[in-house]
Design a protein around this ligand. Structure first.
Ligand code: LLP
Length: 423
């Protein structure tokens, strides 16, 4: 536990006299005031991660387009915006939210394999920086909409290099059998026919290899492939967007530090693409370890086969363990004295796959009302949550120094049916 905390926290999470603190705030204060389940984010942590990225990639100073699908809370967005980042979006909903949070359109990149006509129109109207184009069909749709609106769309072509990264199958996005990007030959043919697309400005090339990648070698490999690919064409992009995916610690796993990612990527980039600008699209790296989920024990249930801590957060609040088998560290928010036993930490949802952690050693005497902290929950936590089993979504709060502010109120029971109608 100490090792993990040391790896993730830079001192921003620590136990003081057995109580978990985030920055200067004891989590006890948070769950007393806001109840559970509640997501808690550290403002300083987010700022620090952005700073780390800046330093790591200093030789190039890329535009950092925060991937807001990781955590689209307005509080997070406005903080990331104030820190000077742009944003990576995948829908008109995210576009509207990003604009509302104050991001300027010329720092917005729009990815996604299934942009609708309306989404293309919305992006054009907002004058976003780049559409990341993922298919020939999309390119044609953009050209056609550009023609009818008398507008030029600025695009980067997403290339699928068939690179197999070290992550869960569901979060690999650059294998040839995935729906993302276009194969090399198709990009080649588009570029050689680019004059035919009169309403498209071919500014960039993009790739996004996958998520939670632990080694920089994959990016280096992609950039080398890109170099080889471009060598045969009379085309040099003015922007290369290397996507997101930089991994974070969920436990004590081996991950190259971000300084290595920065150094290795910048080296190959500067060597092969002098004068070209770079975009990065990190999501998890910025917010993943900036957030935790606090949840209360409802029952400490013992059976002859297994001990269960049944808690008030379930797969509707944090789906990662159920969906990807992801590991999230779980601590007692206030450490209990006495022996530990082996538990499965499970939610109240009616599915066997509803668990937050399996085989965890936690205090034997944990009891109703005690609170657990599910760590590394800032990315793809709340943003993937749902109302499944009639459960209002959790509250979200921000900690900054000694201050605590709610940045999304807990959903009310009425919110469960407010958009519906009795027939
Ligand atoms: N850019 C694009 C085009 C993406 O599709 C993604 C993530 C990112 C950037 C940001 O990737 P990151 O830096 O956060 O790894 N729900 C999964 C992760 C899905 C990632 C989807 N795309 C999880 O909880 O692990």
């Amino acid at each position: 536990m100490e090792k993990y905390l040391e790896l993730i926290s830079d001192g921003l999470y620590r136990f003081r006299k057995g109580k978990l603190f985030i920055e200067e705030v004891c989590v006890e204060r948070i769950y007393r005031e806001f109840g559970t389940p509640v997501y808690v984010y550290s403002a300083s942590y987010i700022e620090r991660q952005i700073e780390k990225l800046r330093n790591a990639f200093k030789p190039i100073s890329p535009l950092i387009c925060y991937s807001m699908k990781a955590n689209g809370n307005m509080g997070v967005l406005s903080l990331v915006k104030r820190a000077g980042c742009g944003v990576d979006i995948v829908s008109s909903g995210e576009l509207a939210k990003a604009l509302k949070a104050g991001f300027s359109a010329d720092r917005i990149v729009f990815a996604g394999a299934g942009k609708t006509q309306q989404e293309i129109i919305d992006g054009l109207n907002a004058r976003i920086f780049l559409f990341t184009v993922e298919s020939m069909e999309e390119l044609k749709a953009i050209e056609q909409i550009g023609r009818s609106q008398k507008k030029i769309a600025v695009v980067s072509l997403r290339i699928n290099f068939d690179i197999d990264v070290d992550t869960h199958y569901y979060t690999k996005t650059s294998k040839k059998e995935t729906k993302f990007g276009m194969p090399v030959d198709q990009i080649k043919s588009i570029l050689s026919n680019r004059k035919k697309f009169r309403h498209i400005d071919f500014k960039g090339i993009q790739f996004h290899l996958g998520s939670n990648i632990r080694a920089s070698g994959f990016y280096v490999q992609a950039l080398e492939k890109l170099k080889g690919f471009l060598a045969g064409l009379n085309f040099m992009p003015s922007v290369i967007d290397i996507g997101g995916g930089f991994g974070i610690h969920y436990k004590n796993e081996q991950i190259e530090p971000i300084e290595n990612f920065g150094k290795n990527i910048c080296n190959v980039f500067l060597k092969n693409f002098p004068g070209v600008s770079m975009i990065i699209e990190p999501g998890r790296f910025i917010v993943g370890n900036a957030g935790i989920l606090l949840t209360r024990v409802i029952y400490n249930k013992k059976t002859p086969h297994k001990n269960f801590l049944i808690v008030d957060a379930g797969m509707n609040d944090l789906i990662r363990p159920s969906l990807y088998g992801s590991y999230h560290e779980i601590f007692e928010a206030v450490r209990k004295k006495g022996p530990c036993v082996n538990y499965d930490v499970v939610g109240p949802i009616c599915e066997t796959g509803d668990f937050l952690g399996k085989d965890r050693m936690l205090a034997e005497n944990l009891t109703s009302g005690d609170v657990l902290a599910v760590m590394s929950a800032g990315a793809y936590g709340f943003s993937m949550s749902s109302n499944y089993n009639g459960r209002p979504r959790a509250a979200e709060v921000f900690v900054s120094g000694n201050n605590v502010k709610c940045c999304r109120r807990r959903e009310k029971i009425e919110d469960l049916w407010n958009l519906e109608k009795i027939l």
